[in-house]
Ligand binder design. Sequence first.
Ligand SMILES: [Zn+2]
Length: 405
Amino acid sequence: MNATKAAGKKQIHKEQNRALDDKSQNLWAERLNYFETRAEEIVRTVRELVEIESPSDNKPAADQVSEALAEKFRCLGGTPRLHQAMDYGDHLQIDFAGNGKTEPVLLLGHFDTVYPLGTLANMPCKAAEGRLHGPGVLDMKSGIALVLHAIQALQAWHGELPRPVTVFLVSDEEVGSRSSRAITESLARKSAAVFVLEPAAGLRGAVKTARKGVGEYKLTVRGVAAHAGLDPSKGHSAILELARQIAAISIFNDLRSGISVNPGVIHGGTRSNVIAAEATAVIDARIKKAKQAAGLDRKLRSLKPFDRHCKLEITGGINRLPMERTAGVAALYRQAKRLAKRIDWNLEEAAVGGGSDGNFTAGLGIPTLDGMGGVGDGAHAVHEYITISELPRRALLLAGMIENC
Ligand SMILES: [Zn+2]
């Protein structure tokens, strides 16, 4: 082949590629349009979910949401299964057989909120200035609504889901996921990838590719009580000892390596004229890498009393190991970024300090992309809201990732 011919062939190839790109660009524009014309419907679904209050600690209330959701997913052809929980709402698993024999993807969320029953009376679900407000609207009832609409869209586009999908919605995420963790982990092990419907990071809607590991410790100091006026020399103050321990613990902070410790709550003593017999501190601990867990744990457990008449006791540990940006996580993000680009959306990624159930699944080595839910601000606060105009492209991203990962 001479040089001109080769160049000509290259040119044709280039044009074919461009035609393909244009075609897929059109397809994605049409799909975005599909969701944009249904934005009102998505908002209605979010509102419906927000208006069934579901605090983590109220089983009857939380069960109402899981039942309502089971019904919605059943209408889409899914097979719901309730995992009974004693102290929390029943966790809800829904399986969609889908097309093809590939491994399922796991869509992971929670329907519990941090708001006590009755919050709606003072914090109603209402739309204003392009935002939808309400308890749990961002964290994470909008994420669940996106799942429903993404599945419905994929069925409309393909006749049936292009692959098996498992949805798992838990009722105890806000209180540490103790009763759902084992189920989450076993479903993740069977899955090719996990998408977590937690809120996106920031108002630019970044997905989350790394989360810190989180733990809680309690340090109890037992000293020797004495009358502060009559026998000050006989006392050994638990409060003084705790204060010195807190200063010692603060040295464990290594922000550059992503390690932080915060004695966020202290208690101690009984009266001002008594040398305190007991004092405690509850310590929040964060780590960036799983391998930092053992070192920090060892340091906390080997604290020694400054005053040898005081005794120390430390309990607790790391509850969620970090979600690290592994090769699998990075690959999912690249895929998401490519999809977003087709609708001229520059999808960013973020590393955040808070933990989620994504920490568990990423900890098992399963590729996990978090922050796939709504965009907004004020999670867990009175001004919690989502940005309504972000809903269509979030639904599109989720649908695209189910289809293409
Ligand atoms: Zn959440």
